[in-house]
Design a protein around this ligand. Structure first.
Ligand SMILES: [Zn+2]
Length: 245
């Protein structure tokens, strides 16, 4: 083997387990913020790096009104409010990352569902965001986010909860320590909207390395991890090996 091929093979072998940095989306490059403060130290990468999107626009599915709901009823009005506020949260985050709404759930990167999340043993959750990893046909490691927002929240809670959960789905996998931020751990009257600290944190996350969005030849150890993480994204997964049927 020539020295060139020896070098190339060594590089490729090393690259299999290395995370890389994606280009920063233009919407974040051009961003100016009134402060430089952030809570990046509270963000947790998963085994495969930071939960960063790299194919834009990010496709979002918002659960539409069920066909059996009768127009003009209380259920119809509640559902319309839920959908309106989900779209408002979508619009508010669209300023910072390119997002688009898709009609088919199978086409989406992020699902926003009008469902009760499973209750934990410690406390009932207002909302829940979970991730699912899979390898696409082009052998790229990708992720999908599933957000569950209960139908019975008051309008104020609904708005802040959807916006908070969407922040997790866009990559802020952690919580702020300040009540004035949207990503504070619990609902706070001081957090009226997405804050400069939320955005500074998002921008820093998108400058971190990740294995997501890159073609990777997985080791058998990695494949086991992917399957186990994929299997845990929904209470009753249809398959242990893929998000999609
Ligand atoms: Zn949270």
């Amino acid at each position: 083997m020539s020295r060139f091929w020896a070098f190339f093979c060594c590089f490729f072998a090393a690259a299999q387990n290395v995370a890389f940095i994606h280009p920063l989306p233009a919407s974040l490059v051009n961003l100016t913020s009134s402060s430089s403060d952030d809570y990046f130290s509270a963000i947790t990468p998963i085994e495969f790096g930071y939960l960063i999107w790299s194919s834009f626009p990010i496709k979002v599915y918002i659960e539409p009104i069920a066909p059996n709901v009768v127009e003009g009823t209380g259920e119809d009005r509640r559902w319309r409010t839920w959908e309106r506020l989900a779209r408002k949260a979508f619009n508010n985050w669209s300023v910072y990352l390119p997002l688009t709404i898709v009609d088919g759930i199978e086409l989406s990167d992020i699902e926003i569902l009008r469902e009760y999340p499973p209750t934990s043993s410690t406390r009932a959750k207002a909302g829940q965001t979970r991730y699912c990893l899979y390898q696409s046909k082009d052998r790229i490691l990708r992720h999908k986010m599933i957000i569950k927002i209960p139908p019975n929240l008051a309008e104020y809670s609904l708005q802040s909860t959807i916006e908070h959960e969407l922040g997790h789905a866009l990559g802020i996998w952690g919580h702020s320590d300040k009540p004035s931020d949207r990503m504070y751990d619990s609902q706070s009257p001081q957090a009226a909207s997405i804050s400069p600290r939320d955005i500074n944190t998002l921008k820093k996350i998108y400058q971190q390395p990740t294995k997501l969005g890159w073609p990777v030849s997985y080791s058998s150890q990695d494949s086991t991890k992917i399957n186990s993480l994929t299997g845990s994204w929904r209470e009753k997964p249809k398959s242990n090996s893929s998000c999609f049927q």
